[in-house]
Design a binder for this molecule. Sequence first.
Ligand SMILES: Nc1ncnc2c1ncn2[C@@H]1O[C@H](COP(=O)(O)OP(=O)(O)OP(=O)(O)O)[C@@H](O)[C@H]1O
Ligand SMILES: [Mg+2]
Length: 254
Amino acid sequence: MDNILTINNLTIKLKQHTLMKNISFSVSEGEVLLLSGANGVGKSTLLKTILKLEMEGKKAEGEIISRSFGNILALNSKEIQQYRASVAYIQQKDDYSEMGNVQVRDIISECGEANYRNSLNYSEVNELIDEWIPRRKDNSRIFDAKSKPANFSGGEQRLLSVLSVVATRSKAELMIIDEPLNNLDFVNARNISNLINKAVRENPQMALVMVSHCRIFPFINKELRLTSESIVDVSECYMCHSCFGEPDDNGFYI
Ligand SMILES: Nc1ncnc2c1ncn2[C@@H]1O[C@H](COP(=O)(O)OP(=O)(O)OP(=O)(O)O)[C@@H](O)[C@H]1O
Ligand SMILES: [Mg+2]
């Protein structure tokens, strides 16, 4: 299989503490990898290290090899910018609170630049929202292109973060999502499962790495569990525990 990302003997230290030692794994085309593990074990730090996002006191040794960019730990700063821009990444934390008058259109349009090359206007953004998130029963949108994320609830912020990357970057070679379901209610958790599934089905060449503590996703085909000692392939044990009823044959909840 064609590996999009290969990690060889990666050790991550935070100041004096060794967070993970000599871990190795790979993700190939079409793989949807669930990265699981206890709180604080280092999942988010591992994802940030894959993107070469630095943290104070962090040291990473080993190899992180991208199919398109080679060994990430050896790239210069310009190459790192290009590599980061090529990855569709959603971090665990949302923070729109300081964004003042910034609108949903600005956020989605900026995320989409790598794909569309041009900025998106209000009606294009509303079309994109309608394509990826069903309207409420009263036919209203959860938010629209003119909404201001600074005023959003936690769940609305999460929905915007996931939508803005998944809907605009669905052609990316590598997508990395850190806890897509934070703060989401029942309906929106189901919407997000469907939204990610749509991206996976529309781009079968993509590799997706997703951290989540939930097992509602019908489309996972590999699970790696990170512990303080190792990373273990537990794919055989992955079972989708849906509270939304049975998904259809294509993994969508109705
Ligand atoms: N900026 C930072 N500086 C120092 N230590 C940090 C920093 N960020 C995280 N840590 C520490 O690194 C360890 C791993 O954190 P990380 O956020 O990667 O865990 P996680 O597996 O993603 O947990 P969760 O499931 O709660 O999201 C934790 O002990 C945390 O306290
Ligand atoms: Mg985390």
